[in-house]
Design a protein around this ligand. Structure first.
Ligand SMILES: Cc1ncc(COP(=O)(O)O)c(C=O)c1O
Length: 294
């Protein structure tokens, strides 16, 4: 859910039979539980204060948290979370222990009274890898996770994402979320998924030298995967509150609506309160982005 941050979309997935969810923040898991979607929740991230997660367990939700150190194990145990996955670094320099250290971490967790459900390892560095090299690179990355799994035990091998869901055949569950709405970065991949999200801006100024300015800037988009794409032409640049759109023919007028496609879904969604679901120009639903914030 970290990608789309909306229990409305999670509910659609649950109604289609997919009832276990993976998030990146405590807030996301709290929102899922509040929406009655707490059947099997994974916080695929490390936390040092798990008391809010423990409260969810107390309320009857199933919560599993990623751990990769004595400190995160202590936090899970002290906070009242009973189930963990050992997070393993599989090539991306982020959270996760060394594969060879996973058995020791699992022993620590068991000694702290925790149930170790298995391992997770996110091969995020390979999401956009070259299509020919990707299967081999993911196999090598997952070999690290499987080696750790040998040392750890448990039923779960969790990993993968929208960029590797089709080649990662080693995990028992795929942590993909962006596929639901996609973004222009993921759209570069050859996949069956389509971009279903855009930000609608309003032209607030036009200039005789051949540009128009919409009210959608850095505060409307996550820009770490590049600038948004304007569906009507070229975007010159984004400033804090503005996007400058090249309009040499002067076709845009003040008040016109322009549609921009985000380069990176997650941080874009996090900047907005609601998604309007449209069929053409008709609004058919309103999905609150209720899982935003920490
Ligand atoms: C831990 C973890 N798992 C999986 C994913 C994959 O998510 P997505 O399918 O949205 O790329 C991410 C994305 O950042 C992640 O951080």
């Amino acid at each position: 859910v970290k990608a789309f941050k909306s229990t409305a979309i999670a509910r659609l997935l649950a109604d289609a039979g997919h009832v276990n969810f993976c998030g990146a923040t405590i807030r996301e898991l709290e929102g899922l539980a509040a929406a009655g979607l707490g059947t099997d929740l994974l916080l695929a991230n490390e936390v040092l204060d798990a008391t809010r997660l423990g409260a969810l367990v107390e309320d009857g939700n199933r919560v599993t948290v990623a751990v990769d150190s004595a400190e995160t194990i202590d936090a899970a145990a002290a906070g009242g979370v009973h189930e963990v996955l050992i997070d393993v670094e599989v090539g991306m320099p982020r959270c996760g222990c060394l594969p060879k250290d996973a058995g020791r971490i699992a022993d620590l967790a068991r000694a702290a009274g925790l149930e170790v459900r298995g391992v997770m390892g996110y091969e995020g560095h390979l999401m956009m890898a070259d299509a020919e090299k990707k299967p081999g690179a993911v196999e090598a990355s997952m070999a690290k996770l499987l080696a750790a799994h040998e040392l750890v035990g448990g039923d779960v091998v969790s990993g993968g994402g929208t960029g590797t869901y089709d080649v990662n055949t080693w995990v028992t569950e795929v942590q993909a979320g962006s596929y639901c709405l996609l973004d222009t970065d993921y759209a570069k991949l050859d996949s069956p998924f389509e971009i279903a999200i855009s930000v609608l801006g309003t032209v607030i100024s036009t200039h005789p030298k051949g540009w128009a300015v919409s009210d959608t800037g850095l505060k409307s988009f996550g820009m770490d995967h590049g600038a948004p794409t304007w569906t009507g032409g070229d975007l010159l640049f984004c400033a804090d509150e503005h996007a400058t759109l090249l309009d040499p023919e002067g076709t845009l007028s003040v008040g016109d609506r322009v549609r921009l496609l985000p380069g990176h879904l997650d941080p874009t969604v996090a900047r907005h309160k609601v998604m309007w679901v449209v069929d053409g120009d008709t609004i058919v639903d309103r999905w609150p982005i209720d899982l935003r914030h920490w």
